[in-house]
Design a protein around this ligand. Sequence first.
Ligand SMILES: C[S@@+](CC[C@H](N)C(=O)[O-])C[C@H]1O[C@@H](n2cnc3c(N)ncnc32)[C@H](O)[C@@H]1O
Length: 207
Amino acid sequence: MSGDLGLAYTLQIFGFSLVIAASLAFASSRFGKLHARDRILARLKLRGDETVLDVGCGHGLLLIAAAKLLPCGRAVGIDLWSQWEQADNSREATLRNAALEGVEDRVSVHDGDMCKLPFGDRSFDAALAHFAIHNVHGRGRRREAIREIVRTLKQGGQVAISDIFSLNLYADELRKSDMIDVEISGRSFWTFPPARTVTAKKRSQSA
Ligand SMILES: C[S@@+](CC[C@H](N)C(=O)[O-])C[C@H]1O[C@@H](n2cnc3c(N)ncnc32)[C@H](O)[C@@H]1O
C-alpha cells in the first residue's frame, strides 16, 4: 500500500514538473525570447548601415529583428535547416517571415554549415548566433564555428552569441582568436532554458 502511495506521489511530482517546464517553454517562445532578442541586439549598438551575419538563423528571430535596425544595411542568415531543431525549417520559410515583416529587401539567407562558412574573410560588421552553436556536435567543431565567425568579421567587428551552454568554450576560443573585450553576461531567465551571452570585438588594425 505505502509502495503504491510512493509511486503515486512520484508520478504526481513528475507530472507537475512537466507542466511547469511546458509552461515556461510556452512563455519563453511567446514573450520571453522577443525580449531576449532585443537585449542581444542592443548589445551590438548598430548604426544602421552594417552587414550583420546570423549563424543558425532558423526562422529568422534575430535575423529579421536585425534587418529592422539596418535601414541602410543588410542582414545575412545561414542555416543547414535541421528539422529536428526547428519545425518547418527552411530558407523559404525564413524568407517568407522576412517578407511578412517587410524587410525582405534587406535580408538574404544561405544554405550552409557554420563550421565552414561560405563567405570571404572580413565580410561582416557584426555576427550573431542565438541558441545555435550548442547544436553542433563536439567541442572541436564548436570551436571551428567560432573561428569561422571571427574569420568572416571585419576588423573592429562585433559578435554576440547567446546560448544555453558552452559559453566558456566560446569565450576561450574568441580570446584565442585574438578577439578583445570578451565578456560573458549573467544568466538571463527570459528564455527557457535560461541563456547567457558572450560578446566580443575583433581587434581593429590600429588596436
Ligand atoms: C534552436 S534553432 C535556433 C534558431 C534561431 N537562431 C532562433 O533563435 O530562433 C538552431 C538552428 O541552428 C541550425 N544549425 C544547427 N547546426 C548548424 C550548423 N552546423 N550550421 C548552420 N546551422 C546550424 C539549425 O538548423 C537551427 O535552425
